[in-house]
Write a protein that binds this ligand. Structure first.
Ligand code: MEV
Length: 440
C-alpha cells in the first residue's frame, strides 16, 4: 500500500503552506506555484470570500460565463446567463431560443413548489400507538422548530405537513417522519435540515424518555432533506403548426422532420442508453443556468434523473405530441432551485446573473432554467435527426482543437475561414496547421 501521499493536518496549514506543499507534487513546483497563484483574484477581499466558500482552497478554477439571449417565456424575454465548459451548449441554447422566439416562445407553468425532508428511524416498538399519539407529538415537534420556522413563515413558507410512514415492508423496523416544506425563494436545504434535526431529537425524547413506550429505544439513523422533489415541478413547452418546420432542413419536408423527431423521442422512452444521453442534453442547459445563478446542480441532476425513472424505467424527460397538424413539445421535471440564500447573493457572478434575469423569484427561475433545458434538447434532436451533431459540435470545438496545437491568432483566423467549408477533426486541423507552417 502506498502511503507516500497521505498528508496529516493539511486543513490546519495556512493557504501559502498548502500551496507550497501541493505544488511540490507537480513536475515543476515553481511553475505550478506561479500558475496556481495566477488565478487568484486581484481583489484580496474578494479572494478571501471565494476561499471561504470551501475548504483547502488553493486558487480559483475558471469556467466560461456566457449568455443565451432571446429566451422568451410566457411572452417575457430574458438574457439567460450560463456557465459551462462544453463549447456548443450556449450556441445550441441561443439558437433554440431564437428559433422559438419567432414562434411564440416557450410557455411555462410551475405546477407545485413543495420540498420534502425525512427523519429515518429504526424501532421495534408499538407503531400503532405512536401513530395514535401523533397529533400530540406533532404539536411538540412544531413547537421545537418554531424558532427556526418563524422567519420562513413571515415570508409565507414553513412546514406544510408531516406524517409518520411505516416502511417495515421494505426494511425491518424501519419508519420515517416525512415532512413537507415550502421554502419560498430559497432552495431551503439548510432550513429543512435544521428543522429535521430538531424533529429527530423531539421524536427520540418523546419515545425514549417520556415513559409512554416500553421496550428497546427508538434509534434515529439520519435526518436529511430529500433531493427527490417530485412536488416541486415545472412544465415548459413549445408548440407550432407542423407546416412551420418546412424550412428546418433543406433535405427534409416538415412532416418528415416531425416524424423523425417523434421517433427520436420515442427511442429515448424505450432505450435507457439513449434516454441518458437525451436527458444529459437537457441538463447541459439547466446545469449551466444553475451554476450561473449559484444553485446546486448536483441536487438538480439527482432529482431529475430520479424523476426520469419514476415509473420504474428510466425515460426521456420530454414528451412530444403531434395532433391535427400541431406539434407540441414539453419538458416536465422537478427543479428545486433558489434565488435567495446559499451562494445566490454572496457569489458576485451569481448575484449579477440574478440581476440580469430581473431578480426573479424561485418559480420564475424554475421556468427559465427549464426553458433553456428544452431549448438545448430541441437543438440536439433537431441536429441529430437532420445534419448530425458533429458538424456543429466540432465547429464550436474548433478553437479548443486549435489551442491544443498552440495555434497563433493568425492561424486561428485562417483555420476558422477554412473550416467553414471543411469537416473539423483533429487530424484535419493538424494537417491544416502543418500546411500553413510549412508555407504550403
Ligand atoms: C452533448 O453534450 C449532448 C447531446 O449528446 C444530447 C443528445 O444526444 O440529445 C448532443
Amino acid at each position: 500500500m502506498d502511503h507516500s501521499k497521505i498528508i496529516s493536518g493539511f486543513s490546519k496549514l495556512n493557504k501559502n503552506q498548502k500551496l507550497g506543499l501541493i505544488s511540490r507534487y507537480s513536475e515543476n513546483p515553481d511553475q505550478a506555484l506561479n500558475d496556481l497563484k495566477s488565478f487568484w483574484h486581484s481583489n484580496a477581499d474578494m479572494q478571501k470570500m471565494l476561499d471561504e466558500f470551501s475548504e483547502n482552497t488553493l486558487t480559483n478554477y475558471f469556467f466560461p460565463y456566457g449568455v443565451a439571449p432571446n429566451v422568451m417565456i410566457n411572452g417575457k424575454v430574458y438574457i439567460v446567463p450560463m456557465v459551462i465548459e462544453e463549447s456548443s451548449v450556449i450556441a445550441a441554447a441561443s439558437n433554440g431560443a431564437k428559433y422559438w422566439a419567432g414562434k411564440g416562445g416557450f410557455h411555462s407553468e410551475v405546477l407545485s413548489v413543495t420540498k420534502l425532508g425525512q427523519v429515518h428511524f429504526i424501532w421495534k416498538g408499538d407503531f400503532n400507538r405512536l401513530k395514535s399519539l401523533f397529533p400530540e407529538l406533532r404539536k411538540l415537534l412544531l413547537a421545537r422548530s418554531a424558532p427556526l420556522t418563524a422567519n420562513m413563515e413571515k415570508r409565507g413558507g414553513g412546514v406544510l405537513d408531516m406524517e409518520l410512514v411505516d416502511k417495515t415492508d421494505v426494511l425491518d423496523n424501519y419508519y420515517q417522519l416525512s415532512v413537507k416544506f415550502d421554502t419560498r425563494d430559497s432552495m431551503g436545504a439548510n432550513f429543512i435540515n435544521s428543522c429535521l434535526e430538531e424533529y429527530a431529537a423531539g421524536i427520540k425524547s418523546f419515545v425514549n424518555e417520556s415513559g409512554l413506550f416500553e421496550g428497546e429505544p427508538l434509534q434515529v439513523i439520519m435526518s436529511i432533506l430529500s433531493n427527490y422533489t417530485p412536488e416541486c415541478l415545472v412544465k415548459t413547452w413549445v408548440e407550432c403548426d407542423v407546416s412551420e418546420f418546412s424550412d428546418i432542413d433543406k433535405s427534409l419536408k416538415a412532416e418528415d422532420f416531425v416524424w423523425k423527431f417523434e421517433k427520436a423521442v420515442q427511442i429515448a422512452n424505450v432505450d435507457t442508453h439513449r434516454a441518458a444521453t437525451h436527458n444529459k442534453g437537457i441538463f447541459n442547459g439547466i446545469d449551466a443556468v444553475a451554476l450561473a445563478t449559484g444553485n446546486d446542480f448536483r441536487a438538480i441532476e439527482a432529482c431529475g434523473h430520479a424523476w426520469a425513472a419514476r415509473t420504474g424505467k428510466y425515460k426521456s424527460l420530454t414528451e412530444v405530441k403531434v395532433e391535427n397538424g400541431k406539434f407540441h413539445y414539453s419538458l416536465t421535471l422537478p427543479l428545486a432551485i433558489g434565488t435567495v440564500g446559499g451562494l445566490t447573493s454572496l457569489h458576485p457572478m451569481a448575484k449579477f446573473s440574478l440581476e440580469l434575469l430581473g431578480n426573479p423569484q424561485a418559480p420564475e427561475l424554475m421556468q427559465i432554467a427549464s426553458a433553456v433545458g428544452l431549448a438545448n434538447n430541441f437543438g440536439a434532436i433537431k441536429s441529430l435527426t437532420t445534419k448530425g451533431i458533429q458538424i456543429g459540435h466540432m465547429k464550436m470545438h474548433l478553437l479548443n482543437v486549435l489551442n491544443s496545437f498552440n495555434a497563433a491568432d493568425y492561424e486561428k483566423l485562417l483555420a476558422v475561414e477554412y473550416f467553414k467549408n471543411h469537416k473539423v477533426s483533429y487530424s484535419g486541423v493538424s494537417g491544416f496547421l502543418a500546411s500553413i507552417r510549412n508555407g504550403n
